[in-house]
Design a protein around this ligand. Structure first.
Ligand code: GAL
Length: 421
């Protein structure tokens, strides 16, 4: 009798299991896709994983990374997976055009307003940031931190030794005077690691901002000012002048190897987002003692935002674990563990600020009072097509230093990507 009752149930279970293979078991995993592979990046990502494991024990994390700063190699891999209907559960992305234009518009992400509500984030995350992640009033990602793109880092001991003092801000003239002095002393003034072209494109981005200022920056990326403007050409010339001071092996180095060249005193300065601070931290170097920083020449009072967020994939293989991941990275605990290692500032306003060192305190101050601007190199200010055209034009510029050609390429890119009206 018993046998008769059980066997249909077992049969049903077998059919069910065949139709929905290991759905319960699958939910014990979580695939997180990113390009966080440098020393500082990997350490910070691990802090997110450890926090998640504490908050949601028993889930195996698949750490799907594709090396290459700025996501230059990761994004094409991700795109292929998304287009092929094989999404990771969640992936690293930037707000603005990248998230909304590339992923939300194409239908790859689910809205997550209910998570914002259940976690009470509307009270602790500034609305301005939520807006950068939202379409039609619905948020599509959770930010784990905010980087500042326009920083100039330097080896403090090396500058001290050469009698160079950096104040609270730096003009282009002051920068070039320091470079001349260093060059005369046989030191390579500027470290660039443009094996991924984005790193030198970012040097141009910072120089462009330093030349045109925040209002013109907004005008350029909303089609109200042309890339044909004499100031854009001036920025290109200044950027070309900077390249005269860079390390000869720049095209063989990654951004973090260039940062290392500064740490080791082989070069004096590097212009890089504050993920470089994550590298200094990883190397146990001390703020204001071993290294220093200042806003990139001419950019005092402006903060180029490079924010990192994660969305929820539509069709996520482990959607429950992915939802928990988003809750976790937005938690106070995760933000306090991740950001001091990553070199970014937290998104939440209720974190314990004493957990952040001098540089990050400085960056929080800057964020609270400066003009906040989106980065084009990191996919926020303009569509991906413009970002690609900029990288191509910069690749050419590094060789020919032709300011007219760079400006003309950007004019064309603005037309092609519908920035120019
Ligand atoms: C940016 C990203 C940062 C950092 C950097 C270098 O695009 O937002 O978190 O990882 O690339 O890889």
């Amino acid at each position: 009798m018993k046998k008769h009752i059980c066997s249909p149930l077992i049969g049903l279970a077998i059919i069910f299991a065949a139709q929905f293979p290991a759905s319960a078991e699958n939910n014990q995993k979580l695939e997180v896709f990113s390009w966080w592979t440098s020393g500082g990046e990997a350490a910070a990502l691990d802090a997110l994983f450890q926090t998640y494991k504490r908050q949601y024990p028993g889930i195996e994390i698949i750490n799907a990374t594709v090396a290459g700063g700025g996501g230059s190699a990761a994004r094409p891999v991700l795109q292929t997976r998304l287009a092929g209907g094989n999404p990771p559960d969640t992936w690293q992305t930037h707000p603005g055009w990248e998230l909304l234009g590339q992923y939300v518009e194409a239908g790859y992400c689910l809205p997550i307003g209910d998570i914002y509500k259940s976690e009470g984030w509307e009270k602790v995350v500034p609305q301005q940031l939520i807006d950068l992640l939202s379409r039609n009033g619905k948020p599509y990602a959770v930010l784990c931190g905010i980087h500042r793109g326009n920083d100039l880092w330097y080896n403090k001991k090396l500058l001290d030794k050469n009698g160079i003092t950096v104040g609270d801000s730096m003009s282009f003239d002051e920068f070039f005077a320091a470079c001349e002095k260093l060059k005369a002393a046989g030191i390579t003034p500027l470290a660039v690691g443009d094996s991924g072209i984005w790193a030198t494109a970012q040097l141009f981005e910072n120089t462009l901002l330093g030349t045109v200022g925040p209002d013109a920056w907004k005008a350029l990326f909303s089609g109200k000012m042309s890339f044909d403007d004499p100031k854009v050409k001036q920025a290109a010339k200044t950027y070309g002048r900077m390249l005269d001071y860079q390390n000869p092996d720049h095209s063989a180095l990654t951004w973090d190897q260039a940062t290392k060249a500064v740490m080791e005193g082989r070069c004096a300065f590097t212009s890089m987002g504050d993920w470089a601070h994550g590298e200094f931290t990883k190397a146990n170097l001390e703020d204001n003692k071993d290294f220093g920083w200042v806003t990139c020449p001419g950019t005092n009072g402006a903060f180029i935002i490079v924010a990192d967020g994660f969305p929820l994939a539509k069709g996520a293989p482990h959607s429950e674990a992915a939802t928990d991941w988003l809750k976790s990275i937005g938690s106070k605990e995760a933000q306090e563990a991740f950001n001091p290692l990553k070199g970014s500032i937290p998104v939440r306003t209720d974190v314990d600020k004493s957990k952040f060192g001098p540089y990050l305190q400085w960056s929080m101050q800057s964020f609270s009072k400066d003009a906040l601007l989106p980065s084009v190199v990191h996919g926020e200010a303009a569509p991906a097509a413009f970002q690609q055209a900029l990288n191509d034009a910069i690749t050419q510029f590094v060789v020919d230093k032709n300011a007219e050609a760079l400006s003309a390429a950007l004019v064309q890119a603005a037309k092609d990507s519908n920035i120019a009206k």
